[in-house]
Design a protein around this ligand. Sequence first.
Ligand SMILES: [Zn+2]
Length: 128
Amino acid sequence: MIQVMLDLQKLQLQAIALSLEDEAEILKLREKVPAPILAHFDRLIARGKKGVARAVHGVCTECHLQISSGTKASLAYTDEVHICDNCGRYLYLPDSELLPVIEAPPARKAPVKARGAGTRQRAVAQAS
Ligand SMILES: [Zn+2]
């Protein structure tokens, strides 16, 4: 979902006049974003701000303030959308910040599916 918003942001913040295709694309993307999120996003864009900010090293790249550890963990491990406590932009983790613990497969083309509970470590009790 955050990817949709990034695409939207790119299109809506374009300085040049939008082509008909761009407008159609915007409409299509907007349909994928829930209305309350879109409303907040639009308010940011209307003020000429980015609606979506990257979270790098635990810091919002737009306002440069720390993101709470709870929000960071949630960004990394869930698909929930979070906003920066300070500037109110939607946060996302770039690929480089994703899952430092679990090794993700390098394939970037595949859409990220919702993560399951993960594989539990099996305790191998071997009596010798
Ligand atoms: Zn911020």
